[in-house]
Design a protein around this ligand. Structure first.
Ligand code: 5GP
Length: 189
């Protein structure tokens, strides 16, 4: 999506450890007009999939996912991050490795919000090694629901999470795919 690539070129900042900061329009301050345009693109890509739920992960996926939910006219669920190992109640859980902070954490979704009749579109801001996406896919499988695929704002293709998950059969549509970010210069695929 050219609009997003231009914005990344203009406002994105490359940090140590292959981190791209997009805090001025995606992850901290949010450009809601851009979110609306991105949601329309996801709608164009997935509109014939009878999406019944949008699933994302807190916190930075939530803003964009809300616009996607509006486009598909369906509820938006965000998986909650938790450090509690003894999770009480009826929840689906999966373990995720944190790309930005290191370590692992569990994500949970209450069983009452996801069931076997759901057709789920995953939405997230970044795809790096694929752990977040893999955790969300696990939760969809646990629920017996159908995953129609994942809509990602920015895929860092040099980190190969996308390759692995596509090879496992997951449809992934990324609006901006970064081939490399060496010496602070961003090259798109
Ligand atoms: P993965 O699980 O695919 O390794 O990483 C995806 C998650 O890590 C995303 O949900 C996002 O929050 C975070 N993330 C990964 N790479 C970046 C990055 O370059 N910049 C920012 N801001 N977040 C990232």
């Amino acid at each position: 999506m050219q609009l997003l690539e231009e914005r990344i070129r203009r406002d994105g900042k490359v940090r140590d450890g292959n981190i791209l900061k997009v805090d001025s329009f995606l992850n901290h301050q949010m450009d809601v007009k851009l979110f609306g345009q991105m949601a329309q693109e996801f709608y164009r890509l997935f509109h014939d999939e009878s999406v019944s739920k949008v699933l994302t992960i807190e916190a930075s996926g939530i803003g964009m996912a809300c616009f996607v939910g509006q486009a598909f006219d369906c509820p938006v669920i965000f998986a909650k991050k938790t450090k509690t190992k003894n999770i009480a109640g009826d929840v689906y859980t999966a373990m995720v490795e944190s790309f930005t902070h290191g370590g692992t954490y569990d994500i949970i979704v209450a069983k009452e919000f996801l069931n076997s009749s759901d057709r789920v579109l995953i939405i997230d801001d970044f795809l790096a090694n694929g752990s977040a996406l893999s955790g969300l896919s696990t939760i969809i499988k646990e629920a017996g629901a159908t995953s129609v695929g994942a809509g990602i704002a920015i895929e860092k293709a040099f980190q190969h999470g996308g390759d692995t998950l596509r090879a496992q059969g997951l449809r992934i549509e990324s609006l901006a795919k970064i081939a490399s970010m060496e010496n602070g210069k961003i090259n798109f695929c």
